[in-house]
Design a binder for this molecule. Structure first.
Ligand code: SF4
Length: 307
């Protein structure tokens, strides 16, 4: 005879961030929500998400997401941080119309979940009012200060200047901020002066941490690059031909990666900021947690203890 609990439908919970996607991920446990499916319209030339079937093709707003999240939070006990998002930008242009990210935030804030935002969009400032109601860390991806380079590798994303301006507004509200130089692409945005300028501007607007990575090639990316810029494609395929495959990702040669990240760390420390690497296997370089949760975890752990 089936027990009562077996008859009850399994309670939905918030989806966990799927860190085992690659051996080198060092993210602490957290939840992850992608308000949009399909190919993110920022259309970055290096986007790893194209590796996953759900993030190709026409961008698709998840219209029932707020209702789904409302059910999931009821079934979710641990108040781990919730990341928006790992495989699509939560503030891509459609968000102005559908406000799906904002809808999610309203539910998560009401249930006091800490929030981790990862974006390239200045639309993020729209939700500062919600960020102030719970533990929030905003990470802005800024891979170059040069508009022409940004236009090449992040064709539909807001210009670097607009991202810095938006991040300043968030930081001015006392919300911890992180700049992600993610990824660094050799011969494209690896120029030392450009990297220095990113760090210097970040420190001027009160950013706490720089998280960096080098580009990893996934299935489908060479074709994207070839279509976008044949010269760039040939140059990068030559450089990566000496690299190594790790967990389904083609990495740059190890000593080249280490050299780039060590040099950047020295610059970051010159400006007194924290530094972390993302999925590089160089934990010894990290002075803090890669995803920015250091700024909500301390209070979070204390919160958990009382729970
Ligand atoms: S913003 Fe992020 S998810 Fe969107 S295309 Fe760029 S790398 Fe991919």
């Amino acid at each position: 005879m089936m027990s009562e609990s077996a008859k009850r439908p399994k309670r939905k919970t918030l989806p966990k961030f799927n860190s085992p996607r690659t051996a080198l991920c060092t993210c602490p446990p957290k939840y992850n929500i992608n308000p949009y499916l399909g190919r993110c319209t920022h259309n970055c030339l290096y986007c790893y998400a194209i590796k996953f079937p759900g993030f190709n093709g026409k961008v698709t707003p998840r219209l029932n997401l707020k209702r789904e999240i409302s059910e999931m939070v009821e079934g979710t006990r641990r108040r781990l941080p919730v990341m928006l998002s790992d495989s699509t930008d939560p503030y891509q242009p459609l968000e102005r119309e559908y406000e799906l990210t904002r809808g999610c935030l309203e539910v998560l804030v009401k249930h006091r979940f800490p929030i981790l935002i990862v974006t390239k969009s200045d639309l993020v400032v729209r939700d500062i009012d919600l960020f102030k109601k719970t533990l929030t860390v905003v990470s802005m991806t800024i891979t170059t200060c040069h508009d022409d380079i940004a236009a090449l590798i992040e064709p539909n994303a807001p210009k670097p200047y607009a991202r810095f301006q938006a991040l300043k507004k968030v930081a001015d509200e006392g919300i911890p901020t992180v700049v992600r130089i993610d990824p660094i692409i050799p011969t494209v945005n690896s120029d030392l002066n450009d990297l220095k300028q990113i760090v210097s501007r970040a420190s001027k607007i009160g950013v706490k941490q720089i998280t960096a990575s080098t580009m990893k090639i996934v299935k489908g990316l060479p074709q994207l690059m070839r279509n976008a810029n044949l010269h760039l494609y040939s140059r990068l395929m030559k450089i990566y031909s000496e690299g190594e495959w790790i967990g389904g990702y083609k990495y740059l040669k190890r000593n080249l990666r280490l050299g780039i990240l060590k040099t950047l760390k020295a610059i970051v420390q010159e400006y007194g900021l924290e530094f972390a690497t993302c999925r590089e296997g160089f934990l010894e370089l990290n002075t803090t947690i890669c995803d920015g949760t250091f700024y909500c975890r301390k209070m979070l752990d204390g919160f958990l203890k009382h729970k």
